[in-house]
Design a protein around this ligand. Structure first.
Ligand SMILES: [Fe+2]
Ligand SMILES: [Fe+2]
Length: 232
């Protein structure tokens, strides 16, 4: 049997989704960086593997009615979940946050120039995500559904290429999230901040967690299972 620390971070979260919270706490990326072993991730973040393993083993799944074991579910259902929950969330949240950023930069940008920088990174990430969601919904996801149903006609010869493209775009979003967290000093809210500022940073923390979970479902469960289907 593999020692836990030899497993990849992504594998550990697939086995027990509750461990995602522990990785979030230590700033360990389990979606885009999900292919790293736990040892490597610890080294990168300067975390003691033994302490982390201890916390991971104690992470027990909280009762969350919408958390399913997607590893064994039909891919069609997983895709339906990703689109109805995570894509729908981004489509309503990204434009709302763009407006909040504009307001906060107008009100506080002069005193805190870093806000404009964060807002610009957010704007680029939003554009990329808008296109990304459309590509998944229009091209990759319907192809996977067809493959699963045993109907390969109309599917590109290989879904490897579109999957690699999506993973590349996930990395770009992951980098933007990490950059924004770094620039805002972990979304630190100064005492004199107005309510819009507070609402924006609280929503950004939520967006980050949701996007991590979303990318994890695609990178570590959906894409490998779809690739295995095609290989058969
Ligand atoms: Fe997606
Ligand atoms: Fe995606």
């Amino acid at each position: 049997m593999l020692r836990s620390s030899e497993k990849t971070v992504g594998e550990l979260v697939v086995e027990n989704p509750a461990t995602a919270r522990v990785f979030e706490k230590y700033g360990i990326d389990y979606c885009c960086g999900g292919k790293h072993s736990l040892d490597d991730a610890c080294r990168e973040r300067g975390v003691a593997p033994a302490a982390l393993l201890d916390e991971l083993s104690q992470a027990s799944p909280k009762p969350q009615p919408d958390k399913r074991d997607w590893q064994g579910a039909a891919l069609r259902d997983l895709i339906e979940h990703i689109v109805s929950r995570h894509h729908a969330y981004l489509k309503s949240e990204l434009p709302r946050l763009a407006e909040l950023f504009a307001k906060v930069v107008r009100a506080h940008g002069e005193r805190e120039p870093v806000l404009a920088e964060v807002s610009e990174i957010f704007g680029i990430m939003k554009e990329e995500l808008d296109a990304h969601l459309m590509k998944e919904e229009m091209i990759l996801f319907p192809t996977i559904v067809k493959l699963e149903a045993g109907n390969a006609s109309g599917a590109p010869c290989s879904i490897e290429h579109p999957i690699a493209r999506m993973e590349y775009e996930h990395e770009s979003a992951g980098r933007a999230l990490a950059q924004m967290r770094h620039l805002t000093r972990d979304y630190y809210i100064p005492e004199e901040a107005c309510n819009t500022y507070r609402a924006l940073f609280a929503a950004m923390i939520e967006l980050e967690a949701d996007l991590h979970e979303h990318i994890h479902l695609e990178n570590n469960i959906l894409f490998p299972r779809a690739a295995a289907l095609q290989a058969r």
